[in-house]
Write a protein that binds this ligand. Structure first.
Ligand SMILES: [Zn+2]
Ligand SMILES: [Zn+2]
Length: 774
């Protein structure tokens, strides 16, 4: 019954004229909306902010305008109040246009015979800003249509923000925010009432009212409006009195550019008009100032540039980024970004190799490693000081950046496994050139960036976990990816930390306070690059010093040129941080090792020291630095298994050295305890036989090897004849060929092993060696 009644009324209504007219209007409106869609909003300038919303940089739009997006929350409430009162009192009430004022304006235009003017609402002004056109009645109608569209598409707040972002402010400045920054050098939220009112006046005639030109007439207009506002009681009498007093400076500032290289990187990573980044302004300003001063001080030493990167470890965010010492110094190519430039790292990659050696169980801090001239298939690395140290501990070799031990370790760890690790960390240039790189990679024969190196060192600060750094603010903290075991990272940090380092006090004499950090330097070949990368629990800081034109300087060394700046940066960014930056992980323990080898002591070892090791990882190899040799009763001859007489011999202990070390001792005149000469009549090692001699292994003593330690013995032979190639047989099976002097390694079996070597001139030697597994 009820339904029938409403249906009847409905049918009746549908037949009315009002309904048909309204329906047609709606349909025409829909048609027009599709036929003439609203133009897109104009592009805004990209603005880069620091993590506390300080503006770092802004960029011109593609049409070369400073058009910064302005939100209501970005500006003073007085500004909003003033502009609405001045331009469109009924803004919140109308639907795009105000019929009353249009009619009023139309009548007054006809009466005065002048052109169409006035009566534009804020929405209609937006329509005109979107599609500038001549003022005519037709265009006015179009504007009204566009205003209706705008009101449908956007809320009143959005419309007001579009208006405040786009109003012309003279020259290439558009919008309140850009005007506030460029005319007043002020955050628009901190504008005075006078400044707010001035900005409402400029758009009425932007090129005449520009504030950076003569501005008496603008000030007069400001005062007129202020008095009007006083009359309408929009602002308090006191604030109006103050505003009337305020002087107006005619000036145009430039947009600030706090971290130019960083902002460029951020800009290239996003199209957003507002980008909030992780940068911390006080760290940025400190770093930039210290870098600039440091470069200025060293200009006389032909060092013209540098770069600094600071990463906060907890969030893995970039907090300071100085790509050069002065972006605006074109003479020193200040616009080049030293953080992403590819340079030679010198020794700066070494900690990554030592970390892998520790994680693989190959080394521990007190393990002895040889620093003697070594031929790595015709590659002969030298130390920086061109001197060798003989036997050194791993920690000494790392901290003093010795080259031979690093290359020896690289051979042990394996070039391919090491490069695989380096690629996992994200060294792109090394990954690209992988096939062209060799053992010299560890001494800087490759290309890296400061960004890559700093990221790599932050792995140690994060207990072995790699996290890609953030450039945006409030990014979620990543879980990251494990690169090194926690234990290996801990040991590297201990070795590299200031508390564990005693070397070269002169390099830190220029710094008043030694920060509690772990650090490593790098100096590239030809003294072209000086690096220092350091970290504590809170921050990882990377420093590069050098010249963008690649010129070297005798003063460019990591410890002399980069370390003082690194220390100063730590002292100013994380002053007096005394917290222990790393806790000892569960897998770390101490054990007693033989001082002569860093290996587990055998019964014969007497110099015992304590050393860190990684449980179930570090090698349990036993020291054999003292071996039992068979000698005659006078101790003038040694015997081996093949020449041992039936009687008249005894066993005596002698230190056992690797052949390279013996050679180096002899060449450099170092005194060392050596066993007497071998039995001259021996067929295996005797001196009466000219020609082929097996240097390693030795049949003179028993080898004690870890059962599952995967230990290998070295095969090495020399000859005083013109021999080039050697062929090796182990336990009667062909094993491999080498050049004279070249080393290869084999896995011996428990008990006796027969070694047979034949040269290409028909000479041959064989021996039996004895191996005991424990
Ligand atoms: Zn020992
Ligand atoms: Zn012998």
């Amino acid at each position: 019954m009820n339904e029938n009644i409403s249906k009847k009324y409905f049918d009746k209504f549908v037949k009315t004229k009002i309904f048909r007219v309204s329906l047609s209007i709606i349909l025409i409106g829909i048609f027009l909306n599709f036929a003439f869609p609203l133009p897109e909003l104009k592009e805004y300038s990209q603005v880069i902010y620091a993590n506390d919303s300080t503006m770092l940089s802004a960029y011109l739009t593609h049409d070369d305008k400073w058009r910064l997006e302005t939100k209501l929350s970005d500006i003073t409430p007085e500004m909003v109040e003033a502009i609405i009162h001045k331009e469109d009192k009924w803004f919140y009430w109308h639907f795009g246009f105000n019929p009353v004022s249009i009619v009023r304006a139309f009548i007054s235009n006809i009466q005065s015979g002048q052109r169409v003017s006035g009566a534009s609402t804020i929405t209609m002004q937006i329509a005109r800003l979107m599609e500038p056109s001549k003022r005519s009645y037709l265009n006015k109608i179009l504007e009204i249509f566009r205003s209706l569209q705008l009101e449908i598409y956007y809320s009143k707040k959005e419309l007001l923000e579009i208006y405040l972002s786009n109003i012309p402010m003279g020259g290439n400045i558009e919008g309140v925010k850009a005007a506030s920054l460029l005319y007043f050098n002020k955050n628009p939220k901190k504008m005075s009432l006078s400044q707010s009112v001035l900005l409402t006046i400029i758009p009425n005639n932007p090129n005449k009212n520009r504030l950076d030109m003569r501005n008496e007439s603008v000030v007069a207009k400001r005062n007129k409006w202020l008095l009007k506002f006083k009359k309408e009681k929009i602002f308090s009498d006191e604030s109006i009195a103050d505003a009337l007093e305020e002087k107006v400076k005619s000036h145009r500032y430039s947009v600030q550019n706090i971290a130019p290289h960083f902002s460029q990187v951020v800009k290239e990573s996003s199209n957003k008009s507002e980008i909030f980044t992780s940068l911390i302004p006080r760290f940025q300003l400190k770093s930039a100032k210290q870098l600039k001063n440091h470069v200025e001080r060293n200009r006389g030493k032909s060092v013209t540039n540098g770069a600094v990167l600071v990463i906060e470890n907890r969030t893995n965010s970039i907090v300071a980024y100085c790509g050069s010492s002065d972006f605006n110094d074109s003479e020193s190519s200040g616009q080049v970004n030293g953080i992403t430039s590819i340079r030679s790292p010198g020794s700066a990659l070494k900690p990554l190799l030592y970390a892998k050696g520790l994680a693989d169980g190959i080394i521990t801090p007190k393990r002895i490693i040889l620093d003697v001239p070594t031929d790595f298939s015709s590659y002969n690395p030298e130390n920086y000081e061109r001197e060798f140290n003989g036997e050194v501990t791993v920690e000494y070799a790392l901290v003093n950046s010795l080259n031979v031990p690093a290359v020896r370790l690289l051979v042990k760890v394996g070039f391919k496994p090491f490069i695989k690790k380096i690629k996992e960390i994200g060294f792109n240039e090394i990954a690209k050139k992988e096939n062209r790189l060799g053992l010299s990679t560890i001494l800087g024969g490759c290309g890296v960036t400061l960004e890559e190196l700093t990221t790599a060192y932050s792995i140690f600060a994060n207990n072995g976990i790699l996290k890609k750094h953030n450039i945006l603010s409030n990014q979620a903290i990543q879980k990251g990816r494990r690169i090194f075991s926690e234990e290996a990272s801990y040991l590297i940090s201990r070795m590299l930390s200031s508390s564990g380092r005693t070397e070269s006090p002169n390099l830190v004499s220029s710094v008043s306070k030694l920060p509690n950090i772990a650090w490593k330097t790098g100096t590239s070949y030809g003294r072209r690059d000086a690096w220092a990368i350091g970290y504590n629990k809170n921050y990882t800081i990377g420093v590069w010093m050098g010249n963008f034109n690649g010129k070297g300087s005798p003063y460019l060394s990591g410890s002399e040129m980069a370390v003082p700046l690194l220390f100063n940066l730590f002292n100013s960014i994380d002053y007096q941080n005394s917290s222990n930056w790393s806790e000892e992980p569960g897998g770390i323990s101490m054990r007693e090792v033989c001082k002569n080898s860093g290996l587990l002591p055998s019964k014969k070892c007497t110099d015992i020291v304590r050393d860190y090791y990684i449980q179930d990882v570090s090698s349990n190899q036993k020291c054999n630095h003292i071996v039992d040799l068979y000698v005659n009763n006078n101790e003038t001859e040694t015997y081996c298994l093949s020449c041992l007489p039936k009687n008249n011999f005894k066993k005596k202990e002698y230190p056992h050295y690797l052949p390279e070390l013996v050679l180096w001792y002899k060449n450099s005149g170092v005194n060392f305890v050596s066993p007497p000469k071998h039995n001259a009549n021996c067929e295996v090692l005797g001196s009466k036989n000219n020609g082929l001699m097996i240097i390693s292994p030795s049949p003179e003593f028993e080898y004690h090897l870890e059962k599952n330690g995967n230990q290998e013995l070295m095969l090495l032979a020399t000859s005083n004849t013109d021999v080039k190639l050697l062929f090796w047989y182990i336990n009667k099976k062909y094993f491999g060929k080498t050049k004279i002097g070249e080393k290869i390694f084999f896995h011996p079996q428990n008990g006796f092993n027969s070694i047979h070597c034949v040269d290409d001139k028909g000479g041959e030697r064989s021996m039996n060696i004895k191996v005991k597994f424990y």
